[in-house]
Each structure stands twice: as structure tokens, then as C-alpha cells.
Ligand binder design. Sequence first.
Ligand code: ZN
Length: 280
Amino acid sequence: MSRMSHARYRNFEDPVSAIEIDENYNSYNEEDRRQFKCIFCNSQVQFSRGKSHDDPHFKNWPNTNHKDGCCVPNAEKQRNTFSGDVDLEVLVSTILPRSMRLDTPNTPPSVSRGKRAKRFGGKTTQKFIYQIKNLLDSKNKFNIKPEYEDLKLLVEDGKQVSIKDIIKTQDEIIDIIDQSNGNEVICILRGNTSRPYKRGSNYVIPMTKGKNPEYKNSKSFNLFISYEYVEKNTNLVDEIKNSLIICYGIAEKTKYGYQMELYSIKNQVEILKQFKKIEI
Ligand SMILES: [Zn+2]
């Protein structure tokens, strides 16, 4: 069952996001709620707030399929072509929000931290990043398992992206941001964390730097937790230090340097490997 982050509403040109609908749920009456359509094929879709009201998304309208040729069912068909121990359902039925997509004329100028937190800090992200971890081979440097190399994920604009193209090292992410004139980019960061420290009331977790070209970590990059989300994450900050991790979110350039903001360590980060260091 596909899970879409956006849908078309009535005849409005710009898609609406499930998060926006959730925030204004009571202003949509029953008839309004029948007016959501797939952004790709215009078939009717249904808004859902998620099991615990914390996972808003659009799904198929009961007994209504997407039209032939729609990229949503096409992406889902991959479930039948890959086999292994990964829950492909989660990966092929999740439509990534603007993954790897840079600003377009239709991109809203700025999205509030609260909205970003809902989009990237929620349970959908947790399920997604956990399955991404399952695609990686712990016995082979956490490279993508060969059987999944051709798996593609559907992005909000209908394109499909390879897993390897959304998992990036810090140097690769910085290059993308720089080439796009300092825009932000949605991606999965892969790298090693070092020790966290406090900047004012915020937390900063720097990624380690090194000169080995294989690791592509020669430039400074931080994970950042704003004071508003520190309390929720306090106990987990120490758990992800000195680790090889993957982390899903928005990477951007700020006045403090390049960073990816964390709203929920539990939901955005998966540890691949921990390095035991003696700390003095
Ligand atoms: Zn469709």
C-alpha cells in the first residue's frame, strides 16, 4: 500500500502535504476529504493520520487503484523483483519527500522547524532508515548488498532514485550544496560521529574528519540538535557518539557551517558500528 506525502486537492495546482492537512484536519469536512488525488495519475486517494495520529500520509482510496502507468504502483512492483531479508514494502511504498531534489520555483521558501520535525523526526523515518540499514552488508564495509544495488526509490516528483545516490558522505553532501548555491538537500548522511558538545543550549555532534580519500570526510560537517529538541534527545546523544551511522534529514549550509539537523535521534539515526574509545 503506497504512502504518499503529498496529494492534489480539488483543482489546486500545487500539491498539499499530509502534514499540512493533519495540522488543519478539522477544517476539512467529509466531502473535502474525498477530494484528494494522486499527484501523478489523479486517482482518488485517502488521507490518513496514521495509527497513533503521528504519521500523516495519503494512501489508496478503498478499492481504488492507481491508473495504469502511474509511477506509484510501478515503484511498488519492485517488491516482486528483489528477494532477501529486507522489508521492501516499506522502501518501495514510501515516497521520499523531495529526496535529492533541490529547490525549484515551486518549493516553499522556508519550512518551519516544527514541520520539518514532523516530516523527518517521525515514525515513517524510523521505519525507512531501519530498512536502509538492512540493505547494507555488515560483512562488507556496509556497502549496499549486491542484490539490492538496482533498487530504486520513488521521489515526490515522480522520478526514481537509486539507493546509492541518496546515501552520501559529508564531502559529497557539501559538494552538492555548494554546486546548488548553498541550497539544502534531503539525503542520507553516512559517516562517523565524534564527541558531542554544547553550543549555547543546542547540541552539536561533529562528524570525524580524515584524509583517506576512500572515506570522503575531509570537510567539517555537524549533526545539530536545536535546544527545542534537546530534552527529547538528551539520553541518546551519548549513544550515537564515536559510531559509524546513517542519518536521514535535510543537509544545509548555515552560518555555523554545514550541518544536518536532528529532531529525533531515535527516528532519524541508525548506528552501523560503534567504536569503543577510552575517554579521559
Ligand atoms: Zn497514481
